[in-house]
Ligand binder design. Structure first.
Ligand SMILES: O=C(O)CCC(=O)C(=O)O
Ligand SMILES: [Fe+2]
Length: 213
C-alpha cells in the first residue's frame, strides 16, 4: 500500500486533512498559520505597493450597478491578482494555494479547475453586508478562501469580523471570526451566508475562490 502511495506521489498532510474534516463537519475551516509572519508581511507589502500605484478600484457587485447602491452593500476596494504576473510573495502564495487544490482534488475528488483571487482593502468605516458568494447565473465557486494580511498588532476592537451564518438543526448560529494576520478561513461558497462587520481600522486581505468547471 505504501508503495502505491509513493507511486502516486502522495504524502498525507495533517493541515489539509484538518481542513477537509472541518469542511465536512461544519462547512468551514479556520487555519491559524496558513501563512507565517514573514509571508504575511511580504504579501501585505505587495498589497500596499499596489495601493500606492492606485491599482485598486472600488469593488463592484455583479456589473453595471449604481455606485451609491454598491456602497451601501460593500465598501472594500479590490485588485485582482494575475497569476502570470506575480512577485516573489505572490508566487509563494499561489504555490501554497495550488498545493491545497491538488490535495483536495486527489483526496476528495473536488474537481477544482479554476481559481480567482483579489487583494481587498476595507477602509475605516466600511463593511460588506450579508451575502452569499455565488452569482445567480454562475455556481462554479465551490470554496471561498480568505487570507488576512493585517498587522500583528490587530485587535478585536478594530472590528471587521467575518461573521458566518451557520445553520445548526434549523437554527441560525452566527460565528464571528477576527481577521488576525496569517489566519485563513475556507468555507462553502454555495451554502454559507456571511458578512464583514464595519471596520474601525483599515483591514487588509486576499480573498479568492476555488472553482469547478
Ligand atoms: O474579508 C472577509 O472576511 C470576507 C470577504 C467576502 O465575503 C467577499 O469578498 O466575498
Ligand atoms: Fe463573501
Amino acid at each position: 500500500m505504501s508503495e502505491l502511495f509513493e507511486q502516486l506521489d502522495f504524502v498525507e498532510n495533517p493541515q489539509y486533512e484538518q481542513i477537509i474534516s472541518d469542511l465536512q463537519q461544519q462547512q468551514f475551516s479556520i487555519v491559524e498559520t496558513f501563512f507565517n509572519d514573514e509571508e504575511v508581511a511580504a504579501l501585505r507589502d505587495a498589497l500596499l505597493e499596489k495601493q500606492a500605484d492606485d491599482a485598486f478600484k472600488k469593488a463592484a457587485i455583479g456589473n453595471k450597478v449604481n455606485e451609491n447602491v454598491v456602497k451601501t452593500i460593500r465598501g472594500d476596494h479590490i485588485f485582482w491578482i494575475d497569476e502570470t504576473k506575480v512577485n516573489a510573495a505572490e508566487g509563494l502564495f499561489f504555490n501554497k494555494i495550488n498545493s491545497l487544490i491538488t490535495y483536495l482534488n486527489q483526496t476528495c475528488f473536488m474537481g477544482i479547475l479554476y481559481k480567482e483571487f483579489h487583494y481587498a482593502i476595507y477602509p475605516q468605516g466600511t463593511f460588506y453586508k450579508r451575502h452569499i458568494d455565488t452569482f445567480q447565473n454562475d455556481d462554479r465557486r465551490k470554496l471561498s478562501v480568505v487570507c488576512y494580511l493585517n498587522h500583528e498588532s490587530w485587535q478585536p476592537e478594530n472590528g471587521g469580523e467575518l461573521v458566518l451564518y451557520l445553520n445548526r438543526n434549523g437554527i441560525e448560529v452566527p460565528k464571528a471570526i477576527y481577521p488576525f494576520p496569517g489566519r485563513v478561513v475556507i468555507f462553502e461558497s454555495q451554502i454559507l451566508e456571511h458578512e464583514v462587520k464595519p471596520v474601525n481600522t483599515k483591514r487588509l486581505s486576499i480573498t479568492g475562490w476555488l472553482k469547478t468547471r
